[in-house]
Design a protein around this ligand. Structure first.
Ligand code: NAD
Length: 457
């Protein structure tokens, strides 16, 4: 039996215990929110340039610890070392970008007869951030850093399996001189600490990233308090490949294998136009066979393990032994491994083609023409991301407007940049993170009318 008062962090590549961390309960959440509410008004009252300077010092401190943070991410989440370095760098860069936003959090002046009308972006207060295990460091940063820059305090609950990089970021914030209790990290279980944060009346907003089912519950609980919420949920994103595309680039298997497929933006529905279907299948078969899966700390490794035994079992449930598929290889022995896989015999309405598997598994499906491609791409309750590949610019423009998803790329598989907006349509979420409006999402707009007519008689 595991102790509900502690979290055991396992190295997913070896199954060894990396650390044991106390699990916060509801009372710990209450105490953290109370402390955060005490320091937040002083932080909000600082001149924006002072807040910016402190956040830049935090960024410098993160920068000096990139390698340490990356190695920690490798140990607790099994990310390849190259990816983990990028993730730590992403946290640093977002801090710098958000810091620049403090002085640009501009209101407007709206013409009104008899006086002046101005708007202000007021900070909300204490923000609760609930992060998942798939990108522990960047997602903690995306929810927290713009909120801090906008003048809020943050209480962050990382996922049960991956609390270590978030805890280290909070230590680095203190080391950089940020006020005590402004950015607190409370590891804990979702059904205790997570719920307590969501239900707390003094938490002004929740930023949740994780599964659609849990996101739905979080939204229902927030509704009781009319609490705003940002939701970044699941995905089942299409990769639409027309016959005129650069097939080798379009069928890069890392469009769905990055982070062992535990990526809400993974392009796991590979839709290929019929005339090039066979060629696409052969290209994918060759590409999968050459993917190096193994020790994530090895610089040559391209794909590491999954996060947990539970996740391996879940992924395996979608891939029966006898399913028609293209398969790569994964290590045997300790660790949570699953080979890169493309299912080739699925129907568009099968569970594997419709549900978020969250592992290194894609489905390959043919389509006939542009209309069929758009229909298939949109045939999902999700709408987070997607790619489309064609040399016909008119078609690229038409299809990119017709596909109902928040983050699309044309002739590229790129998706997330800290300076562009990120978020989903439909059941992939609500609200946007990152980009030029990231800070505004953590403010209320206040309108003030100032009469020029003197006090009313
Ligand atoms: P989850 O959604 O249950 O957990 C995400 C976070 O929410 C964790 O920090 C967890 O502790 C917290 N949480 C759980 N229940 C809560 C509650 N009732 N109230 C408040 N917070 C709560 O995800 P999971 O169980 O770790 O993974 C299950 C599946 O979710 C995965 O297999 C995958 O399909 C999907 N998932 C998607 C994403 C994504 O980014 N889209 C991320 C993680 C998991």
């Amino acid at each position: 039996m595991s102790d509900p008062h502690e979290l055991k962090v396992l190295n997913p590549a070896t199954e060894e215990v990396v650390a044991t961390v106390p699990a916060a309960g509801a009372q710990d959440v209450d105490a953290a929110v109370e402390r955060a509410a005490r320091v937040q008004p002083k932080w909000a009252a600082l001149p924006p340039a002072d807040r910016a300077r402190q956040l830049r010092r935090f960024a410098d401190t993160v920068d000096r610890h990139i390698e340490e943070l990356a190695r920690l991410e490798v140990r607790e989440a099994g990310h390849t070392i190259g990816n983990a370095r990028w993730e730590a760098g992403n946290a640093r860069d977002l801090l710098l970008y958000a810091a620049g936003g403090t002085e640009r959090l501009l209101g407007s002046q709206i013409p009104a007869p008899g006086g002046w009308n101005v708007t202000f972006h007021e900070p909300l207060g204490v923000i609760g951030v609930i992060a998942p295990w798939n990108f522990p460091m960047p997602i903690a940063a995306w929810g927290s850093f713009p909120a801090l820059a906008a003048g809020n305090a943050v209480v962050l609950k990382p996922a049960e399996t991956t609390p270590l990089t978030a805890l280290r970021l909070a230590e680095l914030a203190l080391e950089a001189g940020l006020p005590e209790y402004l950015f607190q990290v409370l590891p804990g279980h979702g059904h205790t600490a997570g719920r307590a944060l969501v239900d707390h009346p003094d938490v002004a907003k929740i930023v949740f990233t994780g599964s659609t089912d849990t996101g739905r519950e979080v939204m229902e609980r927030c509704a009781r308090l009319v609490k705003p919420v940002t939701l970044e949920l699941g995905g089942k994103s299409p990769n639409v490949v027309f016959a005129d595309a650069d097939l080798e680039a379009a069928l890069d298997p890392f469009s769905f294998l990055d982070n062992a497929g535990q990526d809400c933006c993974a392009r796991t529905r590979v839709l290929v136009q019929e005339p090039v279907y066979e060629e696409a299948r052969d290209l994918l078969a060759d590409a999968l066979a050459s993917v190096v899966v193994g020790d994530p700390a090895d610089e040559k490794t391209r794909m590491g393990p999954l996060i947990s035994r539970r996740q391996v079992d879940r992924v395996r449930s979608y891939v029966p032994e006898d399913a028609p598929a293209l398969r790569g290889v994964a290590p045997d022995g300790p660790g949570f491994w699953f080979p890169p896989t493309v299912l080739t015999g699925e129907r568009p309405d099968s569970p594997a083609a419709g549900e978020e598997i969250f592992g290194p598994v894609a489905v390959l499906l043919p389509f006939t023409d542009e209309e069929d491609a758009v229909r298939l791409a949109n045939d999902t309750p999700y709408g987070l991301s997607g790619s489309l590949w064609t040399r016909d610019i008119g078609r690229a423009l038409r299809v990119s407007r017709a596909v109902r998803a928040g983050n699309l790329s044309v002739n590229s598989h790129s998706s997330v940049r800290y300076w562009t907006p990120f978020g989903g349509f439909k059941q992939s979420g609500l609200g946007r993170e990152l980009g030029p409006d990231a800070l505004t999402a953590f403010t209320e707009t206040k309108n003030v009318f100032i009469s020029t007519e003197g006090p009313a008689q």
